[in-house]
Design a protein around this ligand. Structure first.
Ligand SMILES: [Mg+2]
Length: 389
C-alpha cells in the first residue's frame, strides 16, 4: 500500500487570528482585516470565523462586508506582525522535513517521506505540528494528510478550523465521489458551467468518460480532469531551494503576428510567473523569453538585471524589451514564452524602493486569484484577449 506522506498545512483565518491573539478582547468576535487604509473601496483580506457566519469572506469588497456585518470590527492589515508569525510557523514546519513548499504566508505542502523513523508517521507528524503551532504561537492550523498534494489540500480544507483530516488510499474513491466539480484544482466558474451543460456536477460524473474523450473535448484541462477526478496527482513537493527558474509558455492554436495580442499574452504570462514567484517568496535577476516560428525554428534570449524582480509589470517590461531589441516579432509566432531565473529569497535581494508600490498591487491581485481562480482577475491589458485565451 502506498504510504501517505504528503501534508498540507494551512493557518485558520490567519490575519484575523493574529489580531485576536494580540488583543484578547477580539476573541469570539467578528474581526475583518482589510487593506492598509481599509477604505470602503478596499477588499477583505481575512474574515474571522465569527464574521464568516454573516457571509463575509476574503476578497469581498469592504463596503459589501460592512453591509452584511455592520457590527464587525474592521482592522487595517499589519503585515509585519503576520510575517513574524509566519516565520515562526515555517520554522516549526521545517523541523520535520526539508521538503516544505511554501504556497503563501500561511500555507505549505510538506513531504515527510522517510521522516517516520525520527518523528513518527505522517499523521503523528501532523498532530505534532498542530500542537507545536498552538503552543508556540497560540494560533490554530489545519492539516490534511494524504498520498498527494491535491488530496492533502482538500483534506486540510475539509474540517477547518483546527482540523486534521486524513485521506488514506482506500478512502480516495469515496472522498472523490462526493466532491463537487468546482472543488477540483483548475476548475473555475467558466469551466464548471461548461461541464454543467454535460450534466457534470460531481467529480464522479467524470469517471464514465475516457481520457481520449476528455482530451478531445477540453484539451489539457480535460486530461487534468481525468486524473484529478480520480484523486491522482503526480506533482511533487518542491522546496524553494529546488526551484531554479519559473516560466510559462503558450503554443497558439493559430500563429500570431499582431503585436498587441502578443503583448497581451506576454502580460498574462508575466502575471502567472509573478504569481508563482510571490507564492514562493522568490525574486529573480534574469528574465528570459522564448519564441518559436511556424517553421519550428526556436530562439531564446535573456537579460540579467541589476536588481532582482518579481512584479508582473517589471517582468513584462523586460520581456517586451527582449522581444523588440532582438527583432523577434517580424514573423508570426507559433509559441511565446517567458520566465525568470537566478532566483533568490525575497528579502535577500538588493532593495529597490521604487518597486514597492507595484509589489503591493501584485500581492493583492495574487490574493484574489488564490481565492477566485486565475481567469477572473486581471489588469486591463488582458482585455485584448478573448475569454478562451
Ligand atoms: Mg489559511
Amino acid at each position: 500500500m502506498e504510504k501517505i506522506h504528503i501534508l498540507h498545512a494551512d493557518m485558520d483565518a490567519f490575519f484575523s487570528a493574529v489580531e485576536q491573539r494580540e488583543n484578547p478582547e477580539l476573541k469570539g468576535k467578528a474581526v475583518i482585516v482589510g487593506g492598509v487604509n481599509l477604505s470602503n473601496r478596499g477588499v477583505v483580506s481575512t474574515a474571522s470565523y465569527e464574521a464568516r457566519k454573516f457571509g463575509v469572506h476574503s476578497a469581498m469588497p469592504v463596503a459589501q462586508a460592512k453591509k452584511l456585518c455592520p457590527d464587525g470590527i474592521y482592522l487595517p492589515a499589519r503585515h509585519k506582525l503576520y510575517k513574524n508569525a509566519s516565520r515562526e510557523i515555517f520554522s516549526i514546519l521545517k523541523k520535520y522535513t526539508p521538503l516544505v513548499e511554501k504556497l503563501s504566508i500561511d500555507e505549505a505542502f510538506l513531504d515527510v517521506k522517510g521522516c517516520d523513523r525520527l518523528y513518527g508517521s505522517a499523521v503523528e507528524i501532523a498532530k505534532k505540528i498542530k500542537n507545536e503551532v498552538k503552543k508556540e504561537t497560540e494560533l490554530t492550523i489545519s492539516v490534511g494528510v494524504s498520498v498527494n498534494k491535491f488530496l492533502a489540500k482538500l483534506a486540510s480544507d475539509y474540517d477547518k478550523p483546527d482540523g486534521l483530516t486524513v485521506i488514506k488510499k482506500n478512502d480516495i474513491k469515496n472522498f472523490m465521489r462526493k466532491l463537487d466539480i468546482d472543488q477540483i484544482w483548475g476548475v473555475g466558474d467558466v469551466f464548471s458551467s461548461k461541464l454543467a451543460e454535460e450534466n457534470i456536477y460531481k467529480a464522479s460524473d467524470i469517471w464514465p468518460y475516457s481520457l481520449e474523450e476528455l482530451k478531445k473535448r477540453y484539451g489539457k484541462a480535460g486530461v487534468k480532469l481525468f486524473f484529478l477526478s480520480r484523486g491522482i496527482d503526480k506533482r511533487e513537493v518542491k522546496s524553494q531551494s529546488q526551484i531554479k527558474s519559473i516560466s510559462h509558455e503558450e503554443t497558439f492554436a493559430d500563429n500570431i503576428e499582431d503585436r498587441d495580442r502578443l503583448f497581451a499574452y506576454l502580460f498574462k504570462m508575466s502575471e502567472k510567473v509573478s504569481f508563482r514567484l510571490h507564492s514562493n517568496s522568490l525574486k529573480g535577476s534574469t528574465v528570459f523569453i522564448k519564441v518559436r516560428y511556424s517553421d519550428f525554428s526556436t530562439y531564446s534570449r535573456q537579460n540579467s538585471l541589476k536588481v532582482a524582480v518579481n512584479s508582473s509589470e517589471e517582468i513584462y517590461q523586460r520581456a517586451k524589451e527582449l522581444l523588440i531589441q532582438n527583432d523577434l516579432l517580424n514573423k508570426p509566432l507559433r509559441l511565446l514564452g517567458l520566465g525568470v531565473s537566478n532566483l533568490c529569497q525575497e528579502g535577500q535581494e538588493q532593495l529597490n524602493l521604487f518597486a514597492e508600490g507595484e509589489d503591493q498591487l501584485d500581492k493583492t491581485i495574487d490574493q484574489l486569484k488564490r481565492k477566485y481562480g486565475f481567469n477572473k482577475i486581471s489588469r486591463a491589458r488582458k482585455l485584448y484577449l478573448n475569454n478562451d485565451d
